[in-house]
Design a protein around this ligand. Structure first.
Ligand SMILES: Nc1ncnc2c1ncn2[C@@H]1O[C@H](COP(=O)(O)OP(=O)(O)OP(=O)(O)O)[C@@H](O)[C@H]1O
Ligand SMILES: [Mg+2]
Length: 360
């Protein structure tokens, strides 16, 4: 039998369509390094994010498509990724940081920090290079939630050395400034301090930097959104009307400064009973869906109201790391996948050159 050709492999892989780009993976330039050794075929699929939700589905489809070719024995699919750098409207990219995700909420206490922490850890678990910046100087909770309370970052000359836990490079204004001092800061001081943290911290190479924003939609938040080159934002809300009304203001604020809103996280969505494990709707259903629909946005994930999430947070062991097999961790992984894929779509769309060229 004639040997398998590279073209046959490519033709077989053309049957795999990327749902986000609506093109096949060959056309998108994702297929690389095809190696043919008799009946053994190996190749690489390079995705736009290691957190791609269809990663395993692609692997399965690729194995099946190439495996179905006559004369093919073994198929080795190697999946890698190359996260695209953001193209911000502001054009003030920070060297080494490819994308910045602002986790925000209109109202305080809706679970923004808990979401930011678990999102960051879930993204890191996929192999992405992740940073987490606590911008909530009025109530920094990242040090505790990340199990880094009481630790001090090192200083080398003018550079601040971030701390690391759960694979996440972490910096909090709370590591540097006593809380009672920071509470009297006004908006411009906050954004000044943050710009400094972004520029003076040795972040290294990051695919995504998650920023836990201060709650609210006032001047401080507006200045911040205008100073930091944010790729996109994620709005956290709870299902109550009051929180939803504030989330609406949050969406409006980001739109005003031309920062795309990736979508809404409905936190404390359903209650998981710690005794029987049964779920119930404590608050009205469908509020976040309605909010998203009204604002031409989407619900990225629904996180249950669950005592374990709070206990793990308080203990400095985020549930995604502490209980990776739980339903709650799964919800945060869904969020991570959604955030990563929407950023990939955004970065592909924002360039003038066709997607196919950018991906090569
Ligand atoms: N899904 C959840 N289930 C149970 N408890 C939660 C959940 N999400 C957050 N919490 C708890 O609710 C409280 C507030 O959460 P968190 O600190 O994340 O909110 P926040 O929006 O960052 O608040 P702030 O506005 O003060 O910064 C915390 O005690 C946290 O552990
Ligand atoms: Mg917080």
């Amino acid at each position: 039998m004639a040997a398998i050709t590279e073209q046959q492999v490519l033709d077989a892989l053309k049957s795999i369509i990327d749902p986000d780009f609506n093109k096949n993976i060959v056309e998108l330039g994702f297929v690389k390094d095809i190696a043919i050794d008799g009946e053994r075929i190996a190749f690489t699929i390079e995705l736009t994010t290691p957190a791609c939700p269809v990663k395993e589905e692609f692997r399965r489809q690729a194995e099946a498509a190439v495996g179905a070719l006559a004369g093919v024995g073994d198929v080795q699919v190697n999946i890698t990724s190359q996260v695209q750098r953001q193209k911000t409207a502001m054009g003030k990219n920070i060297p080494g940081i490819k994308n910045i995700i602002a986790v925000a909420s209109g109202k305080g206490g809706v679970g923004k920090s808990t979401t930011a922490v678990n999102l960051a850890v879930a993204l890191a678990q996929t192999g992405a290079r992740i940073g987490l910046l606590d911008a909530d100087i009025y109530g920094p909770s990242i040090p505790r939630m990340m199990g880094l309370e009481g630790r001090k970052p090192g200083i080398e000359g003018k550079t601040i050395l971030p701390l690391n836990n759960y694979g996440v490079t972490t910096m909090s204004i709370g590591f540097l400034v006593p809380e009672e001092q920071a509470v009297v800061w006004r908006g411009p001081m906050v954004s000044g301090a943050l710009t400094q943290l972004l520029n003076d911290v040795a972040w290294g190479e990051l695919d995504y930097l998650v920023i836990d924003m201060p709650p609210g939609t006032g001047d401080a938040q507006l200045t911040l959104s205008q100073t930091v080159p944010v790729t996109a934002s994620v709005i956290v809300t709870t299902p109550q009307d009051i929180a939803l009304a504030d989330a609406r203001k949050g969406i409006a604020m980001f739109r005003k400064v031309n920062i795309p809103v990736l979508g809404v996280v409905e936190n404390m969505s359903v209650f998981i009973c710690p005794h029987c494990g049964e779920t119930s709707h404590v608050f009205a259903e469908g509020g976040a869906e309605k909010l998203a629909a009204e604002n031409d946005s989407k619900v990225l994930a629904q996180i249950p109201l669950d005592i374990q999430i709070r206990e793990d947070s308080d203990a400095g062991t985020p549930i995604v790391a502490a209980r990776p097999d739980s339903k709650q961790a799964e919800a945060y992984r869904t969020l991570a996948g959604e955030v990563a894929r929407h950023i990939s779509i955004l970065n592909a769309r924002k360039v003038d050159i066709p997607v196919v060229m950018q991906m090569q």
